[in-house]
Design a protein around this ligand. Structure first.
Ligand SMILES: *Cc1c(COP(=O)(O)O)cnc(C)c1O
Length: 425
C-alpha cells in the first residue's frame, strides 16, 4: 500500500487487480489477533467455521441493498421483523404487547432506549431527566447521556458486584425517569437484582431498562437447560424495555441487535418522521440513514440455521467451558474469580495478599502464548468472554495461566494501558 504522504495512503492512479487488493487485505490482517486460535477471550463470538461461511454467503447476497428503505427492498423488512420476533419469543415473557426494532448493535439499542427515556421525561415536564444505573452498567449509557443531554447517575455495587439497591433508591428524585439493570453485567457477568429494581420502578412510576445485550440470546437457553433460574425477561413486573445483541451470543455477524419495548406507546418515540426538507417524506427507526442489509440477512440466516437445538447445544458447550474455567482459576494460588458469575463471562482478580499484578499476568500470557484478555480496573481484573469457540482453549489457557501467574508473582506493575475499546482515537 504505497503512499505519497507519510501519513495517508494515496488513491492509486490505476486500480489494482481484484487478486491484488484481496491479497493486500489479507496481508493487512497479518498482525490482527487470530481469534480462530481460540486465544481471544473478547470481541469475537464463534459458533464454528460453517456459521462464519454462512455469514459470508448471506452478506454477499445482500451486499448492495440498502436497509434504509423497506419499500424498495421488502425482504429487509421481513427479515428484520422475523429477528425482532425471535427476540420477543425469547424475552417477551408472555407479555402480548412487547414489540421492538432492529438496531446496529448494543450501543445503538442503549442509545435508543435512553432517547426514549429523554422524550418521556420531557413529556413529564422534566427539562434534564435523570437515569440511574450501576457503575457496572455498560459505557454506552454514558455515551447516550452525553448525546441526549440526560443526567446519568452511577451507583455502586455490592460485594458480589451486583447493583446496590439502597444506593439506587436513595438516588431517585423528581427528575428521575429511568432505572437500569443488566442481565448480566459486562465486567463481572452477574445479573442485577432485576425483580427488586422492577418493584422500585413501579413504586416510583419510572421506566426500567434491562440491558440483556450480552445475555439476551444465551440466558433463555441456559434457563431451559436448568443452569440459570434467575428471571430476566418482560415477565418481571416493571420492565419497560430490553436490549439483546444478535452479534454476541446470537452468533450472528457484526451489526445486529434488538431493542424491545413493553408497549407501542414507548416504541413510538423511536420513530423519526419528517417532511422538513426538499427530499420528500423521510422515516427511520434507527440512528443511521443508509444502512447495510447484509448483517440483517446474515443474522437471520444464523438463527434459522442453528435453530433451537443448535443454540441449546452451543449454550451447553459454553456453560461447561465457563464452569471449568471458573473452577480452574479458583485452584491457582493468588487468583480469584470476582463475584459469582451467573452466565459465561467472568473477571479474574488477584487475592489481596498474593502480591500479583493481574496486568502483569496478562502481559505474560500475551508474550508466552498469544492470549488476549480485556483489562478492567477498580478493582483490577482480567475479563474473559467465554463462547462456544472458546471451549477447546480452556485447558491450555488454564495451564498457561498457572505458569504466567507464578512467573509474575511478586514482580510489580503490568501494562494497564490496553483499554477495552479505543478504535483509533
Ligand atoms: C456489548 C454490550 C453492550 C454494547 O454493545 P455493542 O454491540 O458493543 O455496541 C451493551 N451492554 C452490554 C451488557 C454489553 O455486553
Amino acid at each position: 500500500m504505497a503512499t505519497n504522504d507519510a501519513r495517508w495512503t494515496a488513491i492509486p492512479e490505476v486500480g489494482h487487480t481484484a487478486d491484488q487488493v484481496l491479497a493486500d487485505l489479507a496481508a493487512t490482517k497479518a498482525h490482527d489477533r487470530d481469534w480462530r486460535s481460540g486465544k481471544v477471550f473478547s470481541l469475537v463470538y464463534s459458533a464454528g467455521d460453517p456459521i462464519h461461511e454462512l455469514h459470508a454467503e448471506a452478506l454477499r447476497l445482500f451486499s448492495a441493498e440498502n436497509g434504509l428503505n423497506v419499500m424498495a427492498f421488502p425482504s429487509i423488512g421481513i427479515l428484520s421483523r422475523d429477528l425482532v420476533g425471535f427476540a420477543v419469543d425469547l424475552l417477551g415473557g408472555g407479555v402480548p404487547t412487547v414489540n421492538g426494532y432492529l438496531t446496529s448493535g448494543g450501543t445503538e439499542s442503549l442509545l435508543q432506549t435512553m432517547k426514549v427515556a429523554r422524550d418521556v421525561g420531557r413529556e413529564r415536564g422534566i427539562a434534564r431527566p435523570k437515569v440511574i444505573a450501576a457503575r457496572s452498567a455498560h459505557a454506552a449509557f454514558t455515551k447516550a447521556a452525553e448525546l441526549f443531554d440526560l443526567e446519568l447517575v452511577r451507583v455502586g455495587v455490592t460485594a458480589g458486584f451486583t447493583l446496590d439497591l439502597d444506593q439506587m433508591e436513595e438516588a431517585i428524585d423528581e427528575r428521575t425517569i429511568m432505572l437500569v439493570g443488566s442481565a448480566p453485567t459486562y465486567p463481572h457477568g452477574v445479573i442485577d437484582p432485576l425483580e427488586a429494581i422492577g418493584a422500585i420502578a413501579l413504586e416510583h412510576d419510572l421506566l426500567f431498562h434491562v440491558d440483556a445485550c450480552l445475555g439476551g440470546f444465551l440466558l433463555p437457553w441456559l434457563t431451559e437447560l436448568g443452569h440459570v433460574t434467575t428471571p430476566f425477561t418482560f415477565a418481571i413486573d416493571g420492565v419497560t424495555s430490553m436490549s439483546a445483541d444478535l452479534h454476541k451470543y446470537g452468533y450472528a455477524s457484526k451489526g445486529v441487535s434488538v431493542i424491545l419495548y413493553r408497549d407501542k406507546t414507548l416504541a413510538r418515540h423511536q420513530v423519526f418522521l419528517t417532511e422538513d426538507w426538499m427530499g420528500g417524506l423521510y422515516g427511520s427507526t434507527v440512528l443511521a440513514g443508509t444502512r447495510p442489509a447484509g448483517p440483517i440477512a446474515a443474522a437471520w440466516a444464523t438463527v434459522m440455521r442453528l435453530g433451537r437445538q443448535g443454540y441449546l447445544e452451543l449454550a451447553e458447550t459454553t456453560w461447561q467451558a465457563a464452569r471449568r474455567l471458573i473452577a480452574g482459576v479458583g485452584e491457582i494460588p493468588g487468583l480469584m474469580v470476582l463475584g459469582e458469575p451467573d452466565m459465561t463471562v467472568l473477571a479474574i482478580g488477584a487475592t489481596a495478599t498474593a502480591g500479583i499484578n493481574v496486568f502483569g499476568v496478562a502481559d505474560e500470557l500475551s508474550r508466552s502464548g498469544g492470549w488476549y484478555l480485556d483489562r478492567q480496573s477498580d478493582p483490577d481484573a482480567l475479563h474473559l468472554t467465554v463462547h462456544a469457540g472458546s471451549a477447546p482453549s480452556v485447558e491450555p489457557f488454564l495451564a498457561d495461566l498457572t505458569v504466567a501467574t507464578a512467573t509474575v508473582t511478586g514482580k510489580g506493575e503490568g501494562d494497564r494501558s490496553v483499554p477495552y475499546a479505543t478504535d483509533q482515537l
